[in-house]
Design a protein around this ligand. Structure first.
Ligand code: NAD
Ligand code: TYD
Length: 337
């Protein structure tokens, strides 16, 4: 039995990853360390909370003693770091916490991983570390890092620390840089679930700027299978881009959501743009496809339709996460746009 320490496993991508491992890899035990910030939610793990191969621990990745004890007590073989502050708009409002968790938290994990001689350290990064693209070209793993937001700057800092630990002390690491994920259990501060939620409530759909920004959408399950391949098959020291090959203008995505829900386009409301808003992201995934034989399995149309179905079927989950603090967040973020 292999034991992996998954951090941030109660968040959107982390919980999808934990669920996939428990379902599809019964020889793997998951120790799941999550601070349960506003974005972490044990309801994301539903019936998997008490799964025999799942140990959930509420705690902070900045707590080195806790991380060390988990690795020793559970004889952890490898660590996958999903834990992060992950929302660009929040990073523009309050950058400090992004440095705490994304930079200092990653540094804490790196120190312990090195000391405990873990077999592998997988850092879940983002295509946003590469900055913004013009109309042509795609990010490759050799594109220079050029982050534009406090979020992407903190993720790029973490990536460089991971590489420095590999270079200086031989830490066996991989870094994955994926494009925008979507799918079940995504918190409705990110575009796709926010638009689905607002459309369901007949509220305005706030499109930033001219709506012609482009994101390259990746269905979350496909991201999880890619991370598993990296964990189990990649050579250490390698960076992998992961993308869905689904470039879309934001406005087109919003229109598709309205159409699928039978709601009018008059709900679309153009609002003040995000400061420093990256215009276009597009990922070249040819390295992971060639070296690890990974392929995305879900087209954007299919993934979006599954996602919308999931939100329709999980109105209780949605109502819970948008109660309380979310209302204050929404007012703060959108009332002055
Ligand atoms: P999320 O915000 O949904 O979840 C983050 C999780 O980390 C939450 O469960 C939260 O409680 C936990 N967490 C935060 N601070 C912590 C701390 N100090 N200690 C322990 N746990 C802590 O994020 P997500 O969308 O699931 O993203 C996961 C990872 O993937 C992040 O590293 C993010 O940068 C990266 N990523 C996300 C996307 C995307 O589209 N969502 C795209 C590229 C990369
Ligand atoms: P988001 O889901 O926040 O991801 P990221 O900024 O990390 O790419 O945003 C995706 C795109 O949608 C981005 O171009 C910003 C835009 N957007 C809106 O137009 N309106 C919104 O309310 C949100 C949250 C995002």
């Amino acid at each position: 039995m292999r034991t992996i320490l998954v951090t941030g496993g109660a968040g959107f991508i982390g919980s999808n990853f934990v669920r996939m491992v428990l379902e599809e890899h019964p020889d793997t035990r998951v120790v799941n360390l999550d601070k349960l910030t506003y974005a972490g939610n044990l309801e994301n793990l539903e019936s998997y909370r008490d799964h025999p191969n799942h140990i959930f621990v509420k705690g902070d990745i900045c707590d080195g003693a806790l991380v060390e004890s988990l690795i020793s007590n559970y004889k952890v073989d490898a660590l996958i770091n999903f834990a992060a502050e992950s929302h660009v708009d929040r990073s523009l409002e309050e950058p400090g916490i992004f440095i705490e968790t994304n930079v200092k938290g990653t540094l804490t994990l790196l120190k312990v991983a090195l000391e405990k001689k873990l077999e592998r350290f997988v850092q879940i990064s983002t295509d946003e570390v590469y900055g913004s693209l013009g109309p042509e070209g795609k990010f490759t793993e050799t594109t220079p890092l050029s982050p534009n937001s406090p979020y992407s700057a903190s993720k790029a800092s973490a990536d460089m620390l991971v590489q420095a630990f590999g270079h200086s002390w031989g830490l066996r690491y991989n870094i994955t840089r994926c494009s925008n994920n979507y799918g079940p259990y995504q918190f409705p501060e990110k575009m796709i679930p926010l638009m689905i939620h607002n459309a369901l409530k007949d509220k305005p759909l706030p499109v930033y700027g001219d709506g012609m920004h482009i994101r390259d959408w990746l269905y979350v399950y496909d991201h999880c299978t890619a991370v598993w391949k990296v964990l189990t098959e990649a050579q250490p020291g390698q960076v992998y881009n992961i993308g869905g090959n689904n470039e879309k203008h934001n406005l087109d995505v919003v229109r598709l959501i309205l159409k699928a829900l039978g709601k009018p386009e008059s709900l679309i409301t153009f609002v003040k743009d995000r400061p420093g808003h990256d215009r276009r992201y597009a990922i070249d995934s040819s390295r992971i496809m060639a070296e690890l034989n990974w392929r995305p399995s879900v087209s954007f149309e299919e993934g979006l339709s599954r996602t919308i179905r999931w939100y329709l079927d999980h109105s209780e989950w949605l109502n819970h996460v948008v109660s309380g603090q979310y209302q204050e967040y929404y007012k703060r973020m959108y009332s002055n746009r």
